[in-house]
Design a protein around this ligand. Structure first.
Ligand code: ADP
Ligand code: ZN
Ligand code: MG
Length: 644
């Protein structure tokens, strides 16, 4: 199964995981409200309980007790009589409560019940003001408690809304992050960026201008206003832009294209205005718009649908760039990995007319990048970054960065204090294919099919002359794939030949052929193989002129800017040619299917041996794999200087 798609998916996952949830604040507020509620209710119940613990007696009993000389004091609080009894022995004085009629005096009531006046004189009677704090709390809480709760709750909610929606109130202001030249911690220079020599060379001129603009202005040179960095994801575009600011020692304002488009109509444009105003005050400065394709998509060609907001933002960027005075020391840099979808208006002279391409690093660059990212990591003796660089063709700077990181994590997890070569080698596969999912259990039947499927790829890759040799075969699922065959080229290649393409297609079909011929049935496991190989076949015919039938024409220019500067997204051939292409693709695939079938039939024993071994051990490394090949009369491909 193919590795590219999985790699892409990993990247997407990595990107997603960067986003942090913002829900924490909300829950904190809810908890605060609940705590306040608990406090109030417990306070209330304490007060109420205090009163209800004392027994209540009728007035008649009180009068009897007074007459018997048991009562020592009465406190009148509204209509409530708090009665204190005389001490009996060492016990604390007993307390009771009685209720009198509303509106009558206590003495009247007592007289009415026939109290003994001489005894009454011994009782200390005290009239208390009703406004005691507890009294009020006790009477009012039942009514106002819920009200207070609601108010508190509403208050928290509004605070919440204000907090998260702060942008809604300050929406004009740009959300650009500023890295000031005095900030030594965040400073990045060209030393921190490995490889991309041509790009650095080009940008050196810009650094020079930002350092001494006078030299250029005196001679009447027009300095580019806009520089567009183009390159695959993770090639270091963002890093390089920061390095330019770091080298020149100027302020660096950065904002990403998607942040412009975020919330309300019209805000994108006003953010742009703010950003440029800020940068002009801080000049000399660099404005960096990351992922500019989010706003700078080609307008009005129907791709992605019309979006007024985006257009206004884009227009505002163009207006601001056009409005630069010639001696304004502000330079706009932008980055994209989709230069093909950009609006041609952005690329006109006077706008982003300097284009700097960042290539994927080659072997030497990769080694250098690894070195940069290994600075704070203690290495074991055996670490050889050259070998790692050799085994990572196609890795971007960001991939290499995460490889180093994974290596360190592996070492730490196994409680070692140094990163070993073995950790780094394991990390290559992790970065390339995603983590192993050992927990994903295949049924016995699935395991058998997957083993044969992968063995099919592996055998064909080993037999066909121009296919990349096999480094590892495994039926442990990684990412979405049930198993994988890891093939690595013997040497770095810039050009690919027709023969290599054909062998690649045959290898991709290996799994399909095996399932069909050996199991007499097909699974969905081949769908990615088919997609990749079919689109390769189509490209061979329509882009590279590799078909005898269609001939030496490029029928689909790669999407994007054609040499004339126009966007060419539509196909530019006739219906008839279209159906010829379809026919040719099918024939090509059929021819490769036959070749794959031929290999499988000839080397059936080797296939069985590999598949059986896979079912038992699940993963076969290169050395082991080649032993099985030799045992079955297949000569392994020439060894290169790649150590395991
Ligand atoms: P891009 O913007 O092109 O997608 P980034 O600049 O965000 O890529 O790169 C992500 C990370 O990968 C960087 O922070 C850096 O750690 C690492 N990296 C990428 N390219 C290089 C390089 N050429 N040299 C050193 N590190 C690199
Ligand atoms: Zn496959
Ligand atoms: Mg970036």
């Amino acid at each position: 199964m193919d590795q590219n798609e999985k790699r892409q998916q990993n990247k997407a996952n990595r990107r997603n995981s960067k986003r942090t949830p913002e829900g924490g604040k909300f829950w904190r507020n809810i908890i605060t409200v609940l705590l306040v509620f608990l406090l109030l209710t417990s306070l209330y119940s304490v007060i109420v309980e205090n009163q209800s613990n004392t027994p209540t007696i009728p007035i008649s009993e009180l009068v009897q007790d007074i007459n018997a000389g048991k009562v020592s004091a009465i406190t009148v609080q509204g209509d409530t009589l708090n009665i204190e009894y005389a001490k009996v022995g060492n016990n604390a004085p007993e307390k009771k409560i009685a209720q009198k009629e509303t509106g009558t005096a206590l003495t009247d009531t007592l007289a009415h019940y026939g109290v003994d006046l001489t005894k009454e004189k011994d009782v200390k009677i005290e009239i208390k003001d009703e406004s005691g704090f507890l009294f009020w709390v006790a009477t009012l809480l039942p009514f106002f408690g819920p009200l207070i709760l609601i108010v508190v709750f509403l208050w928290f909610m509004t605070r919440q809304v204000k907090g998260s929606g702060m942008q809604a109130f300050t929406f004009g202001q740009s959300k650009a992050r500023l890295i000031s030249p005095t900030d030594k911690k965040q400073r990045v220079t060209f030393k921190d960026v490995a490889g991309v020599k041509e790009a650095k060379q080009e940008l050196l001129e810009i650094v020079d201008f930002l350092k001494n603009p006078k030299k250029f202005l005196d001679i009447g040179a027009r300095i580019p206003k806009g520089i567009l960095l183009m390159g695959a994801p993770g090639t270091g575009k963002t890093l390089l832009a920061r390095a330019v600011a770091g080298e020149a020692g100027v302020s660096f304002f950065s904002i990403s294209g998607s942040e412009f488009v975020e919330m309300f109509v019209g805000v994108g444009a006003s953010r742009v205005r703010d950003l440029f105003k800020m940068a002009k005050t801080a000049a000399p400065a660099i404005i960096f718009i990351d992922e500019i394709d989010a706003v700078g998509r080609s307008r009005g060609n129907g791709v992605g649908g019309g979006n007024d907001e985006r257009e206004q933002t884009l227009n505002q960027i163009l207006v601001e760039m056009d409005g630069f005075e010639p001696n304004e020391k502000v330079i706009v840099m932008a980055a994209t990995n989709r230069p093909d979808v950009l609006d041609p208006a952005l690329l006109r002279p006077g706008r982003f007319d300097r284009r700097v391409v960042l290539d994927l690093p080659d072997r030497a660059d990769r080694e250098e990048i690894l070195r940069i990212h290994s600075k704070e990591k203690p290495f074991a003796e055996d670490v050889d970054l050259k070998v790692i660089a050799e085994r990572t063709p196609g890795f971007s700077g960001a991939d290499l960065y995460s490889l180093m990181n994974e290596g360190a994590i592996l070492a730490a997890r196994e409680n070692r204090t140094k990163v070993a070569q073995y950790d780094l080698i394991r990390s290559i596969e992790k970065v390339m294919l995603g983590p192993e999912r050992k927990s994903h259990i295949l049924s016995t039947r699935e395991k058998e099919i997957t083993a044969y499927h992968e063995a099919g790829h592996a055998i064909i890759a080993s037999v066909l002359e121009f296919a990349d040799p096999v480094h590892k075969v495994s039926i442990i699922s990684r990412g979405r794939a049930a198993g994988y065959t890891l093939k690595l080229p013997l040497e770095e290649r810039k050009l690919q030949s027709k023969k290599e393409f054909l062998d690649d297609i045959a290898v991709s079909l290996g799994g399909y052929v095996v399932e069909k011929t050996i199991f007499g049935d097909l699974t969905t496991g081949s769908s990615n193989d088919l997609q990749v190989s079919t689109s390769l076949a189509r490209d061979m015919i329509t882009k590279y002129g590799m078909s005898e039938v269609i001939g030496p024409v490029a029928l689909e220019s790669s999407p994007g800017l054609s040499p004339t500067g126009k966007m060419s997204m539509e196909r530019d051939y006739s219906e008839k040619t279209g159906s010829e292409i379809d026919k040719e693709v099918l024939e090509l695939m059929n021819r490769e299917y036959a070749r794959a079938l031929d290999v499988i039939t000839k080397h059936r024993e080797a296939l069985n041996a590999i598949a059986k071994e896979l079912i038992v051990v699940e993963t076969i490394e290169r050395a082991e794999f080649e032993k099985i090949l030799v045992a079955n009369g297949i000569v392994p491909k020439k060894k290169v200087d790649i150590k395991i």
